[in-house]
Design a protein. Structure first.
Lengths: 288, 402, 588
């Protein structure tokens, strides 16, 4: 392990910024997962597969000339419908959270196979008009695609937080998650709400997918590369809490980035996950 | 081995190969097929590259069968999906040998699976020709033969080739940043490079390692930029090169000269900021390589089929070339010994040379490796151009430095 | 001899294992040995995971860490220190177990770390250990090559050696998994799964049991890892310390059925077979989709797993005892030592604050042997807190609790239960997945100290008769109505033969007839020799049953004495009803 090197202030700041951005992506990817785990009691592994499917579709549409952000107009409603439809199918069966893990694992396999059949196992990178865009704040570079991701992550997290906290729908969802029979007794239409929520989670996955396409290279097997760290962010942030994945994701992203800036990058997972362990043990109340 | 013997042996091989590929059009292979078994990572993280090997194998077998197959019999390739898992590869190779009872084995994709297959081959005394083993020192079985001409000590010879090329170029670097993936076959090459750099009196200004699967290259790019190197050695595999270049672009940094060890070539070439990037290769779709045995025809067919299959990069380079070479090696062994006897084939291969896409290969070094045939190539004008050593360049191609 | 033959299952397992040991001799192509090795390997991993996570409900995402620890222990000993292979396996098991216990010692102490937080902790540990291994000479990134290590000749071929080793490991694992389910330890684990706090209060030493389950689980995973190291002959960090191993074992256990000891094994065989059947190259990608579709169908139509669905078709033999003597209740309890009227429980200065909210502010109470003491007070006065403190559910902020002369304040709840105190919950908290009989038997086994589960069930039956629930013995608590559930709480509280029973609003929600039944029951409990502290609002029951009452108000002792006296006092009436002067002046 190479020793510690004192980083320049710029290096540190740029690294922190880099960590914030990647953390925002963790948060954006984790948002839908957290909501469905916390409020629908579904551990949706297929969330990652849907995000990648959306990413590939965005790539496909963009390579035909469409602006990548404009693809959201098509993808978000399409995935909303997809998510709601799946929920409608699945709701007929009694599914425990762990059963849902198995179910969505199967679904992930199917989606991965579809992606590989259409786009082969090759790496695909979207070169959009946004890719080279960036601006400087003092000595710091702020790349546009990452900024877009960050903006989406923050806006959507806060929007969902506000909905859950202040609207009737939000309260109904939280109530149903805590005690379904009582909520039903109070007139909460759980079926309809579940469809709405499932559709929303899927739509969130599609937004995450577009952000992925903007900043990262895609490959079918990459679906699994994100599972570990996003699950960590979701669990740390507290299930069903809208701001949780974003905050937890940032903690993970920044701690890893700072580690990479000051010492051997291969130690990064140790720092972030040890920090996680320490947080859990000292303050097991939810972060965020 | 003296030249006369090798020359006469060479003619034997040439004759055999010509006989097999024969001007005799319409020589159809007949009889019970010769079954060659192998696995490939058709699904899972390694599938991006394994799909190339599948295509090459199919092309080889088809072409060979058109010309009469091996020993007059058609070749049948039994290939299974090891899902990128070495333990599955091991089990499937055992199936191929003990249950499917194939006649001959072909190697799988990537070091881990190859080592598993090697164990099985060793237990059942089968010869194993493989095409992508990245760590020669791990190849301890007598009857295994590499198609990827790394030489027995690539960690020393390949960096030397590279630094020779740089020294002969317009701006020989003095301060070098070394950054690498910790993937086994990459890491040991980087370690060798650092030794070579020390011996040559070059100054290492930065050394960083990252884990396979790292997503955030921002801090790494920043540290490279801060270190102000003249040259960056990137121990990259797969996507790393792209991700690092993306990260460097985001902070407006273009390394003066840069080298990527085993990147996925297609995606890298497509990247505008990969201009002048250096890498290594054993074959490129350009003269003089295209004059080697079997090259011209194969390159054409591969391009057609790869484009049809939707692969991003339809040109033949290291992976496809090594794969095709492996089949050529096995074919030569079969033809020369006129048999499917593993011991005979192995003994023959150890003592002889085979004419392949990469040139004349020998297998009498440590671990049955022969010469290091890794050449230096560079992205110029959006294409890979071989720039070193001089004898394999074409059209006056030279290493460029901005 | 009879005890040995009492359970058929271990014999079935042992004989099956013995028969399977002859497979290498059948002369099949060697690859079947390797394929079966893989299945057995996953049986060990999935079953060992289930011992902690399926039985206790502490869902671990960290099985990869323990598997990896065993794998790297063996690799290091083989590659660096030239140990003989078989000798490395016990060490691999030990290292993995120590790692697990170290993790558990910290994680299980922190009350909030349950559910997904425990899963996260174990996942984080996997990445930390993987990174450490990858950055130190243990692996350092190069991988460890074991091709030069000789494989011991346990079987005729190398593959059969691995097969036999894995067979031995799988047999051991499955026997342990089965053995746990029929033991007292297993009953404790299942109770922890359903309601850990209630289990602790009933006498289950939850912390210790969780650690033991974790240690066993990790040790077995370590052995599997050790064997696998040599099977692979080239080990790299990237293969092992990922989410793939834990995810796979979860899938296998869920598919097979995680409450049953054999469920994970069935799941392991099914999923390995499934993954294996689609290896033909032509269908590799489509095969992946097929596997996905099959898994989806499987879980939709078999939501509890394959095994419960398979077993549903066979007639379940009832866990009831066919022969039991309906002994007269009077024979059940021995007369307690000590004279009537002795001080049984002495509470001095008992104080409890929750983050600045003072629930109890220095209460002194004495409970005399053989009495029924009523604990009264308006809502929020601290009655439930008092019970929670005495039973060990909470730790006192200050003050002492002495029971039969021994200081018990601050002790773990399970020790208090063993000392002779038990309680019921206001809202019944039965163990939802266990039958009514098993619920009560749990208390007999733990608080009551009866080691043998069958004996415990026989004793539990008597308590069910005492509370008139004997017809419901095989039912699940879901099937009971509120009245029956309250009686179940009572039976459970009594089954540990406590000298002091704390009843927390046991009558709330009952109809008048049911209340009469309950009152009669409580009397019989006292007549049997137990002392009772009785929190209640139903006044006629309080009047009818209690010898003395104690009234709490805002966390402090307001009054004490006989029921009729105390209830007439003006300050007590004010506490319950509001200012009497305001009332009377309003009427004036």
């Amino acid at each position: 392990m190479s020793g510690f090197s004192l980083p320049s202030a710029t290096l540190l700041a740029q690294s922190i910024l880099s960590g914030v951005f990647v953390g925002a992506l963790y948060g954006l990817m984790g948002l839908g997962l957290s909501l469905s785990w916390g409020l629908l009691r579904l551990i949706n592994l297929a969330h990652f597969a849907f995000a990648f499917l959306a990413a590939y579709l965005c790539y496909q549409l963009a390579s035909k000339g469409m602006d990548p952000l404009a693809t959201l107009v098509i993808l978000v409603p399409a995935f909303f419908v997809l998510g709601a439809a799946l929920q409608a199918l699945v709701a007929r069966f009694a599914i425990t959270p762990f059963n849902s893990l198995l179910l969505t694992f199967g679904l992930t396999g199917i989606v991965e196979a579809i992606i590989q059949t259409i786009w082969t196992a090759d790496f695909r990178k979207l070169e959009s008009s946004y890719s080279p865009m960036k601006f400087k704040v003092g000595a710091l570079y702020v790349p546009i695609p990452e900024l877009i991701t960050f903006a989406f992550a923050v806006a959507l997290s806060f929007a969902i937080w506000a909905v859950l906290r202040y609207t009737d729908l939000g309260k109904a969802l939280r109530a149903a998650a805590e005690d379904a029979p009582i909520a039903a007794a109070f007139g909460v239409d759980q079926r309809r709400n579940a469809l709405l929520l499932a559709g929303t989670c899927s739509a969130l996955a599609s937004v995450a997918g577009v952000c992925l396409a903007l900043s990262f290279t895609l490959a079918p097997s990459q679906i699994y590369a994100w599972v570990g760290v996003v699950f960590a962010a979701v669990m740390l942030g507290g299930l069903g809490r809208a701001l949780g994945p974003l905050i937890a994701g940032s903690v993970i992203g920044v701690s890893e980035a700072v580690t990479m800036a000051v010492t051997a990058p291969s130690w990064a997972p140790i720092v972030s996950f040890t920090l996680l362990i320490v947080i859990l043990v000292l303050r097991p109340g939810r972060v965020g | 081995m003296d030249t006369t013997t090798s020359l006469s042996r060479r003619s034997v091989i040439a004759a055999a190969v010509i006989g097999l590929t024969g001007a005799a059009a319409g020589v159809r292979a007949q009889g019970t097929p010769i079954r060659v078994g192998s696995t490939l990572a058709l699904t899972g993280p390694l599938s991006a590259t394994a799909q190339i090997h599948k295509l090459v194998g199919e092309i080889y077998v088809e072409q060979a069968n058109k010309r009469g197959g091996w020993l007059g019999r058609p070749i049948e390739w039994v290939v299974k999906d090891d899902q990128s898992k070495p333990d599955l590869a091991r089990t499937l190779y055992e199936q191929l040998v003990t249950a499917d009872k194939v006649d001959l084995l072909m190697g799988p994709y990537a070091t881990g699976a190859i080592l598993s297959a090697m164990g099985v081959a060793q237990r059942y005394n089968k010869v194993l020709v493989h095409h992508t083993l990245g760590i020669p020192s791990l190849a301890k079985y007598e009857w295994q033969f590499p198609a990827w001409s790394l030489g027995s000590d690539p960690a020393t010879t390949v960096p030397n080739t590279l630094f020779d090329a740089l020294a002969a170029g317009p701006k020989p670097p003095k301060n070098i940043a070394v950054v690498t993936n910790k993937f086994p076959s990459i890491q040991f090459m980087t370690a060798g490079a650092r030794e070579v750099m020390k011996k040559r009196g070059l100054n290492e200004v930065l050394f960083l390692e990252w884990d396979f699967g790292n997503r955030d290259f921002g801090p790494i790019a920043n540290r490279i930029k801060d270190a102000k190197p003249d040259f960056v050695w990137v121990g990259a595999i797969g996507l790393d090169g792209n991700l690092l270049l993306d990260a460097m672009k985001k902070i407006d940094y273009v390394p003066p000269q840069h080298f990527y060890l085993y990147p996925s070539p297609g995606p890298l070439v497509a990247l505008p900021e990969a201009k002048n990037a250096l890498s290594v290769t054993i074959f490129e779709d350009q003269p003089p390589f295209t004059a080697n045995t079997g090259a011209a025809e194969f390159v054409k067919i591969y391009r057609e089929r790869a484009t049809k299959a939707g692969l991003a990069d339809p040109s033949v380079e290291t992976q496809a070339a090594a794969s095709y070479t492996a089949w050529q090696i096995l074919a030569a062994g079969v033809a020369a010994t006129k048999s499917l006897d593993d011991k005979a084939i192995a003994t023959w291969l150890k003592a002889n040379r085979v004419d392949t896409l990469q040139g004349k290969l020998r297998f009498d070094g440590t671990g049955n490796f022969g010469d290091d045939l890794m050449r230096i190539k560079q992205i110029q004008d959006g294409h890979w151009v071989v720039v070193w050593p001089k004898e394999v360049t074409a059209g006056g191609a030279k290493l460029l430095a901005p | 001899m009879n005890r040995l033959l009492k359970h058929r299952t271990p014999w079935v397992i042992a004989i099956a294992a013995l028969l399977l040991a002859f497979v290498p001799k059948l002369g099949l192509p060697a690859f079947y040995d390797s394929l079966l090795y893989l299945m057995l390997h996953w049986i060990v991993l999935a079953t060992s995971w289930n011992i902690l996570s399926g039985y206790t409900g502490y869902f671990s995402f960290g099985h990869g860490a323990f598997f990896g620890a065993g794998l790297y222990t063996t690799s290091t000993l083989l590659a660096r220190y030239d140990w003989p292979f078989l000798a490395t396996l016990p060490v691999a098991a030990l290292v993995a177990a120590l790692l697990g216990v170290a993790l558990g010692a910290v994680a299980f102490r922190v009350k909030g770390v349950r559910g997904e937080l425990f899963a996260l902790l174990t996942l984080a540990v996997t990445f930390v250990i993987g990174t450490i291994v990858g950055n130190t000479p243990l692996d350092g990134g190069q991988g460890v090559s074991l091709s030069a290590v000789p494989v011991p000749a346990v079987g005729p071929t190398q593959s059969s050696t691995f097969y036999l080793l894995a067979l031995a490991a799988a047999t051991l694992t499955v026997l342990i998994a089965w053995g746990i389910t029929v033991s007292r330890f297993g009953a404790g684990l299942y109770a922890i799964h359903d309601d850990e706090d209630a289990a602790e209060v009933l006498g289950v030493p939850t912390y210790r049991y969780k650690l033991i389950a974790l240690a066993i689980s990790c040790a077995l995973a370590g052995v599997a890892g050790g064997i696998h190291a040599l099977f692979l002959s080239y080990v790299t960090v990237g293969e092992v310390f990922t989410i793939a191993v834990p995810l796979t074992v979860v899938l296998m256990s869920v598919l097979g059925g995680s409450r049953h000891w054999a469920g994970p094994a069935i799941g392991a065989v099914a999923i390995t077979a499934l993954m294996y059947s689609f290896t033909a190259a032509d269908h590799a990608v489509a095969g992946k989709a097929m596997i996905g579709a099959i898994l989806i169908a499987a879980i939709l139509f078999m939501p509890e797993g394959m095994l419960p669905r398979l077993l549903k078709n066979r007639r379940r033999s009832a866990p009831l005892l066919s022969v039991h003597k309906a002994a007269a209740m009077s024979a059940a309890a021995p007369a307690p030592a000590g004279a009537q009227g002795d001080v049984l429980l002495r509470v001095r200065g008992l104080h409890k604050s929750f983050k600045g909210v003072r629930a109890l502010g220095g209460v002194d109470v004495e409970v005399r042997r053989g009495e029924i003491l009523g604990l009264l007070g308006p809502n929020g006065s601290g009655k439930s807190t008092f019970i929670n403190l005495v039973s060990g559910h909470y730790t006192p902020s200050s003050g002492t609790v002495e029971f039969e002369g021994r200081a018990l304040g601050g002790h773990a709840a399970h020790r208090i239960a063993s000392a002779g105190i038990s309680r019921t919950y206001q809202i019944p908290r039965p163990f939802g997945h266990m039958s009514v009989l098993d619920n009560v038997a749990l208390a007999t086994m733990f608080g009551g100290g009866v080691g043998n589960p069958d004996e415990a069930r026989a004793l539990a039956m008597r308590w069910l008769e005492f509370t008139s629930l004997q017809d419901k013995a095989a039912a699940l608590p879901d099937a009971l109505n509120l009245h029956q559930r309250k009686f179940l709480e009572l039976a459970r509280a009594l089954a540990s033969r406590p000298r002091l029973v704390l009843l927390d609003e046991v009558l709330c929600g009952l109809t008048p007839t049911e209340i009469d039944d309950a009152v009669a029951l409580i009397r019989r409990i006292r007549d049997q020799g137990s002392t009772i502290v009785f929190v209640e609002h139903v006044m006629r029951a309080v009047m009818a049953l209690t010898d003395r009452i104690v009234v709490l108000h805002h966390g402090e002792l307001l009054a004490e004495g006989s029921a009729s006296e105390v209830m007439q006092r003006p300050d007590v009436m004010t506490a319950y009803l509001g200012n009497p002067h305001a009332l009377s002046s309003a009427h004036a």
